[in-house]
Write a protein that binds this ligand. Structure first.
Ligand SMILES: [Fe+2]
Length: 401
């Protein structure tokens, strides 16, 4: 860890079953319209546009004097074209703020629309890190999945359909102004979506904890997130109406999002972005496929870290890593312990019913060099604790064929 770090969390978080109650007032305060009311663009998934979460948010906004124009055109892995359409909808609605209701794709789309309407520039001119130089319009994020953490992150990923790649947008100005976590809004998720989005959150926690740019605050957030996911994701997957498990998963995904804002992610996400961008495999599933292999690759030099993570998750019979002033276990015991954490993570993913196989996801052997090449140029590798060469990435892909 470096001797300097900074930590920023611009997003106000409100959580609980009553968290929507003050939404209209919050939006009016953010938009600066006071009691005068205002119009907002409500961005949501295509399959959610008529569903309960959107209806609920629309009712709450209307009864508080906020008129929402619903832009329900977002699909999984949203594209540049959809973002441009959304920006047009925002302008013609004369909206003063954005409210995003949905999964990571809707939240990222709203962030990208916000970039366009706040800067007047086209999305393709805003790619990369730190391009924005001023705050954006007010954005409220209301997640209906527990995974991406996009409600608190500095990132948006948008698919460039023509190039078959995912484009990254990174700035602390992308963090929503307000995140509203309501457990029952995630209760409609089918079991497999619950499982895969939950493993996306676990991947954020693991990669933040192993990152070369980690810091003491991100460490604390990552360990707590991983512990909650290990405990509650199986319950949320097995019984969707278990609102206690849903609530803990929603908080865990949010903590994991906060955890990776500064340290970023790593090799698992580099491979997952390649798999999603080129072959359209959903982000959570793509991470689940690669997470154990990424951890295995990062094991050398990170034995203590992996053991510490495993102990936080409650994996039994792990050696004690060195605490400040404490006595560390033998290197061999730590190596065995770290390997056990990797294998238990694979077992955990399998136990959720997720198939960690490229072929099962419809992707064949010809993808090996394609994915390795794409991952090699992915920005997520910058903070990975070990630099992978092309052959390392190809081996990780081959291991999950
Ligand atoms: Fe992710």
């Amino acid at each position: 860890m470096s001797d300097f770090f900074q930590f920023q969390l611009p997003t106000r978080v409100v959580a609980g079953e009553q968290a929507l109650a003050g939404l209209a007032d919050e939006v009016k305060a953010l938009a600066g319209t006071g009691d005068g009311g205002c119009r907002v663009l409500l961005v949501s998934d295509r399959d959610l546009a008529d569903a309960e979460p959107v209806r609920l948010v629309v009712d709450v906004l209307r009864s508080g004097g906020v008129e929402p124009e619903v832009f329900g055109e977002v699909v999984p892995d949203s594209s540049v074209a959809i973002v441009r359409e959304g920006a047009e909808a925002y302008r013609s609605a004369e909206a003063a703020a954005l409210v995003a209701v949905g999964g990571g794709s809707s939240l990222d789309t709203a962030k990208a629309i916000n970039m366009m309407v706040s800067t007047g520039q086209d999305l393709l001119d805003l790619q990369g890190v730190g391009v924005l130089d001023h705050p954006l319009r007010p954005l409220v994020a209301i997640p209906t999945t527990a995974g991406t953490g996009s409600e608190v992150t500095f990132f948006a990923m948008i698919r460039d359909a023509e190039r078959g790649e995912k484009l990254p947008f990174v700035s602390s100005y992308l963090a929503p102004h307000l995140a509203v976590l309501v457990p029952r809004l995630t209760a409609g998720m089918p079991a497999m979506l619950t499982a895969t989005t939950g493993v996306d959150a676990l991947t954020h926690a693991v990669e933040a904890f192993l990152s070369a740019n980690r810091d003491p605050i991100s460490d604390a957030l990552a360990l707590r997130a991983a512990a909650l996911i290990w405990r509650y994701l199986p319950r949320a997957t097995a019984c969707g109406s278990d609102l206690e498990a849903r609530a803990h998963m929603q908080v865990a995904a949010c903590l994991a999002g906060m955890a990776f804002n500064h340290p970023m992610v790593g090799v698992v996400h580099a491979l997952a972005h390649a798999l999603g961008g080129r072959y359209g495999v959903p982000h959570g599933l793509a991470n689940a496929i690669f997470l154990p292999e990424g951890m295995r690759f990062n094991l050398p030099g990170n034995e203590c870290r992996l053991v510490e993570l495993g102990r936080a998750m409650g994996i039994p019979d792990l050696p004690a890593p060195a605490d400040p002033g404490g006595v560390s276990a033998e290197p061999e015991a730590l190596r065995d312990g770290a390997l056990k954490v990797v294998e238990e993570t694979a077992r955990f993913i399998d136990s959720l019913g997720i198939r960690r196989s490229l072929r099962a996801a419809g992707v064949g052997e010809e993808a090996v060099p394609v994915l390795a090449e794409l991952a090699l140029s992915d920005g997520s590798l910058a903070a990975n604790p070990r630099w992978p060469e092309f052959d390392d990435l190809a081996a990780m892909v081959r291991a999950v064929l």
